[in-house]
Design a protein around this ligand. Structure first.
Ligand SMILES: C[C@H](O)[C@H](O)[C@H]1CNC2=NC(N)=NC(=O)C2=N1
Length: 94
């Protein structure tokens, strides 16, 4: 099982993930797309990446704004799996 990250490790990682904020045991980013179909298309790509990694975000779709919430539920907090998925979402979101 992936190991929980320390507060220091999370702070260091967040310095390189400017769109993301920590909210307790989660990382959160809201991505605004130009339109609803484009927002859903991004969700589809994120879903593909998440399924390939077997690590899944919570996703809240509100018109063209989508909020991704990352946490490793089995570990009860943040792990490297969440940092990796955050970086993947960033690269898909552009
Ligand atoms: C059995 C399977 O490995 C687990 O249920 C996976 C699936 N996706 C997951 N996603 C996330 N975010 N946390 C998990 O603990 C998790 N567990």
């Amino acid at each position: 099982m992936a190991e929980l990250l320390s507060d220091g490790e999370i702070d260091t990682a967040l310095a390189g993930l400017p769109g993301w904020q920590r909210a307790g045991d989660s990382l959160v980013r809201t991505v605004e797309s130009p339109s609803f179909p484009e927002a859903v298309e991004l969700v589809r790509k994120v879903a593909e990446a998440a399924e390939a990694a077997n690590h899944h975000p919570d996703i809240d779709i509100r018109w063209r704004k989508v909020t991704y919430t990352l946490s490793t539920h089995s570990a009860g907090g943040l792990t490297q799996l969440d940092l990796d998925l955050a970086a993947q979402i960033d690269s898909l979101a552009g």
